[in-house]
Design a protein around this ligand. Structure first.
Ligand SMILES: C[S@@+](CC[C@H](N)C(=O)[O-])C[C@H]1O[C@@H](n2cnc3c(N)ncnc32)[C@H](O)[C@@H]1O
Length: 207
């Protein structure tokens, strides 16, 4: 693993531990709400096998998950686009990417994910070469099905759409159930729930 990335991840894990213990004292806008470390390791290994060139992430926060993805990308033209609405978090993410030495491969798009994705899908429509190999959904749960539908045409065949918070926290269950029922009905997609961290849904676009 890249030493600089690993160092930043360690610092963020300390912050995540602090957040867990002092959850109610931290304002919602200041929370990292990051994937767990074992989830990071899981995606890092998955992506080292999958060898993606282009990744799309919905929900950057301070960039913890993005850094796990960045570590798995080795090619010269590797690129991650990550979407976040909160400017404060974007500034922290930028600092983290810079410290980890990966700023050049990561493009943060600021805005409401729905709007950013509509724009992105228009630009990607004509160029299948430019499609993503891996898409990670980790933002507002009520929008998961919309994110899936708009992302699927931007995903290469053989690509993966993954989503966090499939099992925990339980308060999201209504939205998650809808998401799972929704993707279950989509042809040419195979999905499985993996009980790592807060629960991951891995959906494979068949070739
Ligand atoms: C669970 S956190 C992401 C954690 C991050 N993936 C990680 O593991 O480090 C969700 C993030 O999505 C952002 N978000 C929520 N709804 C959004 C929306 N509609 N558009 C853009 N960003 C959104 C929040 O501000 C928050 O930072």
């Amino acid at each position: 693993m890249n030493k600089k990335i690993s160092h930043v991840l360690n610092t963020l894990e300390k912050r995540a531990d602090y957040e867990k213990k002092n959850y109610n004292e931290i304002h919602h806008d200041e929370r990292m709400l990051a994937i767990t470390k074992d989830t990071g390791i899981f995606y890092n290994i998955l992506l080292k096998i999958h060898k993606p060139k282009k990744i799309l992430e919905i929900g950057t926060s301070t960039g913890y998950s993005t850094l796990w993805f960045a570590d798995a990308m080795t090619g010269k033209n590797s690129k991650i686009i990550t979407i976040e609405k909160n400017l404060k978090k974007i500034k922290l993410a930028q600092k983290n990417f810079s410290k980890a030495g990966v700023s050049s491969m990561i493009e943060i798009r600021q805005g409401i994910a729905r709007d950013v994705l509509i724009q992105l899908s228009k630009s990607k429509k004509s160029n299948t070469q430019d499609h993503f190999d891996f898409i990670f959904i980790d933002a507002d749960k009520e929008e998961y099905s919309f994110y899936f539908d708009i992302c699927l045409p931007m995903l290469k065949k053989g690509g993966i759409i993954a989503a966090d918070n499939i099992i925990f926290p339980r308060r999201f269950q209504k939205h998650i159930k809808k998401y799972l029922n929704h993707i279950d009905r989509i042809p040419h997609v195979e999905s499985i729930t993996v009980p790592i961290g807060n629960g991951q849904e891995i959906s494979f676009k068949k070739k």
